[in-house]
Design a protein around this ligand. Structure first.
Ligand SMILES: Nc1ncnc2c1ncn2[C@@H]1O[C@H](COP(=O)(O)OP(=O)(O)OP(=O)(O)O)[C@@H](O)[C@H]1O
Ligand SMILES: [Mg+2]
Length: 331
């Protein structure tokens, strides 16, 4: 087992707003988000499609692409600084070396024209790694640990690898430079249950052994239940609930979290009790400009929800909930 002396860094996201330019003007996909990823924890970020999960994940890497931009707030990584302010060479060095990431749809993000081994050497050279043999050894070790035949994988092109293998290769690339923050966007989507369980196990093991602070983005609350310590629930670009996984899943407080959890029979164990959340999530153009973004679908809707955006309130058990119908300290 690798014993690491470097302490996992904390990540503090404050007042973060990320907007995309559209025909209807610049519209926020992430609004005023405050989120702390405590050092050494795995946080699962959940929410329906379009809620802003990938946009938030990209801002951790300073990788929001045009037509998007960070319009307010900061993403401070311990020991690095504000990712929203880094640029150019400095940003390229930090990405990969300090913050490892696997993008959504990473299954298709390998270069189809180069073997995995060649791409690994390119990565090493881009990051000015002197000991390329050591880098190769480290990559092989990671691939072995993920149950892959390392020599075969390094000699392979993307099309020679299955979806599950590509996903593990992506995780290897994210970790091979010894990053201490790991961002995985939908690491198990489109994989069968056994491959999914295997990959989540690897994420848990490597997270612990290498001393990481990890963010796992997923639309699947089951994945969070399996892998994460903390859960952050996103809706319409806001974090509506954030807290310890066991508490939040056992007793969700925000009506959206409740809806998400009750929609999943395998969490409640009772298929007949599973209830789909009514309605559909908003798009950039239809996110309400004022008041609570969830009110259209909310059974607890009150007058105040029309005009006042609910602030994140800290509950007695340490979680935060942004809902007018949930009382402060009521946990
Ligand atoms: N390049 C872009 N240009 C314009 N709008 C964008 C762009 N990328 C994302 N959006 C919009 O921003 C919002 C948030 O998108 P994002 O991809 O962050 O959501 P997500 O929660 O990751 O969704 P999914 O679960 O489908 O991956 C969506 O309404 C999306 O349409
Ligand atoms: Mg996404």
């Amino acid at each position: 087992m690798t014993i690491t002396m470097v302490k996992a860094p904390a990540v503090s996201i404050s007042g973060l707003t990320v907007a995309y330019k559209t025909d209807a003007g610049e519209l926020p996909a992430v609004s005023q988000v405050d989120l702390e990823l405590a050092a050494g924890t795995i946080t699962g970020l959940v929410g329906e499609s379009g809620s802003g999960k990938s946009t938030l994940a990209l801002s951790l890497l300073g990788a929001v692409q045009k037509p998007g931009r960070v319009t307010a707030g900061s993403v401070v990584v311990d020991g690095i600084g504000d990712m929203a302010k880094l640029a150019g060479e400095e940003l390229r060095t930090v990405r990969g070396a300090k913050i490892g990431y696997v993008f959504q749809a990473a299954q298709n993000s390998l270069n189809p024209l180069k073997t995995v081994g060649k791409q690994l050497l390119d990565l090493g050279k881009a990051h000015k790694v002197r000991d390329l043999k050591g880098l190769l050894r480290h990559a092989k070790d990671l691939l072995d640990r993920m149950g892959l035949n390392a020599d075969r994988v390094l000699d392979a092109y993307q099309h020679e690898l299955s979806g599950g293998m590509r996903q593990r290769v992506g995780i290897m690339f994210a970790l091979v430079l010894n990053a201490h923050v790991l961002v995985l966007d939908e690491p198990t989507t489109a994989l069968d249950m056994i491959t999914q369980a295997n990959i989540l196990q690897i994420v848990r093991d490597v997270h612990k052994e290498q001393g990481l602070t990890t963010l796992v983005v997923t639309h699947d609350v089951g994945v969070v239940a399996e892998v994460a310590h903390k859960i952050a629930v996103m809706y319409g670009g806001r974090i509506v609930e954030h807290g310890p996984v066991t508490q939040v899943l056992a007793e969700p407080r925000h009506p959206y979290t409740r809806g998400l959890i009750h929609a999943i029979p395998r969490l409640t164990g009772d298929i007949s009790a599973a209830k789909a959340l009514p309605g559909t999530p908003p798009t950039l153009g239809t996110i309400p400009k004022q008041g609570c973004v969830f009110r259209e679908r909310c059974a607890l809707r009150m007058e105040v929800c029309e005009t006042v955006e609910p602030p994140a309130q800290r509950m007695l058990d340490g979680r935060t909930v942004a809902c007018h119908a949930v009382k402060e300290g009521a946990a």
